[in-house]
Write a protein that binds this ligand. Structure first.
Ligand SMILES: [Zn+2]
Length: 188
């Protein structure tokens, strides 16, 4: 069984002080650092996705979307949290880079060379993906659901995610939808 850890969008704008701060978003950092160390030690791969928006995307409120400006390409808000220690060799994939794209799912993300997450996982023979990061009710959920659609075993790392919770129950509903789609939930 080949495993991959997918670290979803642990970026400054999603952490306290950011423009779209997820409550306790930075609480996932240390937990994911530990997972990343363990995965690399076990010979598994680690990939990190990031929201990577242009300034004029329809994803943002001013252009008809639902979100305040966040994670604009090459700005400090789009950088990974400074305490996130991604192991050497971690592949970074960007999503939401097209003005028409929301880019919720890590499976929409590509490396700078244009390689998709699915291509990376298939090339490495990965069967099981473990997903943590931000936010439970959007990008984590979309990534887990797409992992299931593409035939992967998917494990939500519940101690390594936090939700936006526009409605207070959004994260619990998102987890229920992931479980319904066949994902497993790990509490570490
Ligand atoms: Zn976004």
């Amino acid at each position: 069984v080949a495993k991959a850890l997918i670290v979803v969008d642990v970026q400054n704008d999603f952490c306290p002080g950011g423009t779209l701060a997820v409550p306790e978003g930075d609480a996932v950092v240390d937990v994911l650092n530990a997972y990343a160390r363990d995965f690399v030690a076990a010979g598994a791969i680690v990939v990190a996705t990031r929201d990577w928006h242009p300034t004029d995307t329809r994803h943002f409120q001013q252009f008809g979307g639902i979100w305040p400006v966040h994670c604009v390409q090459d700005t400090p808000g789009a950088a990974f949290h400074p305490n996130l220690t991604l192991p050497e060799g971690t592949l970074v994939l960007s999503k939401g880079a097209h003005p028409e794209a929301d880019g919720y799912s890590g499976f929409e993300a590509r490396t700078a060379e244009g390689v998709s997450l699915l291509e990376i996982l298939q090339k490495r023979g990965v069967s099981d993906v473990y997903v943590g990061g931000l936010a439970t009710d959007y990008c984590v959920k979309a990534t887990v659901l797409d992992a299931r659609k593409n035939g992967f075993r998917a494990v939500l790392l519940r101690n390594a995610v936090r939700g936006v919770n526009l409605q207070p129950w959004d994260s619990e509903q998102a987890i229920a939808a992931m479980v319904q789609a066949g994902a497993d939930v790990s509490d570490g």
